[in-house]
Design a protein around this ligand. Structure first.
Ligand code: AMP
Ligand code: MG
Length: 273
């Protein structure tokens, strides 16, 4: 059977999100088997990260993008918790501060990339600079349009350093987004998550789609692939992300360094100490 990664990876430069059903569950039909597979994937991630950390020669960068309420926080809570916090950092990129705006758009991003042996999770990322920035014309067209090759070059540079870059677009439908925003109003303990600004953003749904199609199509490379994850079903979203992350680290073949120890001599010294 085809791995989920193979089914969801974007290869061509042209992406039509209309061809991707947010309710689909490719490679897994039912929720119960998904739960079992998710548990196994989380265990694999735990073991593999341990090796990555011990090896300290490669790194993993996971980018999470998606519309409001698409599940970026949910994936962080349900999947990224498999990582040992010692060796993993989560970064949430918000509206740039005055200091960040005074620098080039990659400044705040580059300093958050993972060191050898480490994992970084980006909740939003440098892609906002060709998404929200484009939709709201925050910079002139020629500026954001020039960013796609800059992003590709940047991610290539990370790859050369031994950093594997994975990018997930959590793909929800407009109706599902409304239901999730309504749920934030219905449940008092979710009220804090409600942001009035998310309502007018819904008016830009199609403009965001086009911006996503361009970003995903123009910046999906073999080195730093984009995956379109159908995300109306949270159980499928978590399964897909966990499986792709686990398979990716496994394919990096992290190996703790071989060290030459005089085990006998050291044992004897310890016994005497
Ligand atoms: P949230 O993820 O809901 O906490 O919201 C973060 C907000 O910051 C979103 O509305 C993003 O669109 C916005 N944001 C993130 N990066 C940028 C950026 N580079 N330029 C403008 N807005 C941004
Ligand atoms: Mg939000």
């Amino acid at each position: 059977m085809k791995r989920i990664a193979e089914r969801l990876q974007i290869r061509g430069p042209h992406v039509r999100l209309a061809d991707w059903d947010p309710r689909a569950t490719p490679g897994c039909k039912d929720r119960d088997s998904a739960a079992e597979r998710l548990a196994r994937n989380l265990e694999r991630i735990d073991t593999l990260q341990y090796q990555l950390y011990a090896e300290a020669r490669q790194a993993l960068l996971i980018v999470l993008q998606g519309m409001d309420a698409s599940g970026k926080d949910g994936v962080t809570r349900k999947v990224m918790t498999a990582f040992n916090p010692q060796g993993c950092k989560v970064w949430s990129f918000k509206v740039p501060t005055a200091e960040e705006r005074a620098h080039d758009f990659l400044w705040r991003i580059h300093r958050a990339t993972p060191p050898h042996g480490g994992v970084a999770v980006f909740n939003r990322s440098h892609y906002e600079d060709v998404l929200v920035v484009r939709v709201h014309s925050l910079v002139p067209r020629e500026v954001w349009a020039g960013r796609y090759p800059i992003i590709n070059q940047f991610e290539h540079q990370l790859h050369e350093h031994g950093t594997r870059v994975l990018k997930f677009f959590l793909h929800i439908s407009r109706a599902e987004q409304r239901d999730r925003l309504l749920a934030r109003l219905d449940h008092p303990n979710k009220n804090w998550k409600f942001n009035e600004g998310d309502i007018p953003e819904r008016e830009h749904w199609n403009a965001y789609r086009r911006a996503y199609e361009d970003a995903i199509g123009r910046c999906s490379t073999a080195e730093a692939p984009w995956y379109v994850v159908p995300a109306d079903h949270k159980w499928y979203r978590d399964l897909a992300v966990s499986e792709i992350v686990a398979d990716t680290i496994a394919a990096m073949h992290p190996r703790p360094p071989k060290v030459k120890l005089d085990v006998k001599g050291l044992r004897a010294r310890l016994a005497r100490s």
